[in-house]
Design a protein around this ligand. Structure first.
Ligand code: SAM
Length: 289
């Protein structure tokens, strides 16, 4: 029996039985494996770290796509950085008012292999004429593009290897320049309990660049150890304080079908535990009367 043990942490890791190995090899950028596991379905692993599974991916992708798009209210131009498995393109494409979806992914092999072995992730979204895929490093693209976006979604690997650039101050600064007024940047930011220094570093870097920044959370089973935090940055502080009535109205009007996201969760996701507020340096001011 073959097993996979995740190598994200030195002294702790989740173990999967490999019921069928579908692909395993190095790409030009990283080691890539896709296998089937009875509990989680097909699992994508990059450089020994679980990226996404068929069973629980909807929680991550719905929260990272629909929260900023519905908070914005009129997003037309959306950028996805990373996201080679295609599920973020799928979720963003559900929003009819979006005119253009640009995806900047460093590794074309991830897109191709996921379309082949993990087809439910993109679910045909790459055939949508609004989708434009650019194969490039996300930081270089952000620093050279003249395009502007209403929502930027950083659907990156962890800050190890090629993903490191997407957690840099230079990346956040470039994102700010490429956002339209009222635009929103959201980022994959790891599991707060397990990766507190990553969270603290991102909080510091976002606070250097954006007028309003915060994090919101969701528990995703295969990102083990409690809530994953998503970075949130914009020049409009009102965007994370919409009323439930407004979010309900936008959700209903969007017509999107969700399995995890709903307007109540949207609002609640911005309420963070004290220990997480301490990590991001907000426990003593914004949340005390
Ligand atoms: N949901 C996942 C998670 O939480 O770990 C992330 C999934 S997605 C597969 C991450 C993608 O980011 C990969 O396809 C990887 O190739 C891409 N990526 C990593 N570094 C990048 C960079 N500097 N520029 C663009 N894409 C990058």
């Amino acid at each position: 029996m073959r097993e996979f043990v995740e190598t994200l942490y030195d002294s702790y890791g989740q173990l999967f039985r490999i019921d069928e190995m579908l692909f395993e090899n190095r790409t030009a950028h990283q080691h890539l494996a896709i296998f089937h596991n009875a509990a989680f379905g097909r699992v994508l692993v990059l450089d020994g770290i679980v990226q996404t599974t068929e069973k629980d991916e909807f929680i991550y992708h719905e929260m990272l796509a629909h929260v900023p798009i519905l908070a914005h209210g009129d997003a037309r131009q959306v950028l996805i950085v990373g996201g080679g498995d295609g599920a973020m393109v799928r979720e963003v494409a559900c929003h009819r008012q979006i005119e253009q979806i640009t995806q900047v992914e460093i590794d074309l092999r991830v897109i191709d292999l996921c379309r082949q072995h993990l087809p439910s992730h993109s679910n045909g979204a790459y055939d949508d004429s609004r989708v434009n895929v650019v194969i490039d490093d996300g930081l270089s693209f952000m620093q050279s593009t003249a395009q502007r976006f209403d929502v930027i979604i950083s659907d990156s690997t962890d800050p190890i290897g090629p993903g490191e650039a997407l957690f840099s101050g230079a990346f956040y600064a470039a994102c700010k320049k490429r956002l339209n007024p009222g635009g929103i940047l959201v980022t994959q930011n790891g599991v707060a309990f397990m990766q507190p220094s990553e969270l603290a570093t991102t909080a510091r870097r976002l606070s250097n660049v954006f007028d309003d920044w915060h994090f919101y959370g969701a528990a995703i089973p295969t990102y083990v150890g409690g809530i994953m935090t998503f970075g949130w940055a914009t020049d409009d502080p009102g965007l994370r304080h919409h009323s439930l009535a407004l979010l309900r109205q936008r959700y209903a009007a969007s017509g999107i079908q969700t399995r995890h996201y709903n307007p109540e969760l949207h609002r609640a996701a911005f309420a963070l535990p004290q220990h997480v507020l301490q990590i991001i340096g907000k426990a003593s001011n914004e949340y005390r009367s």
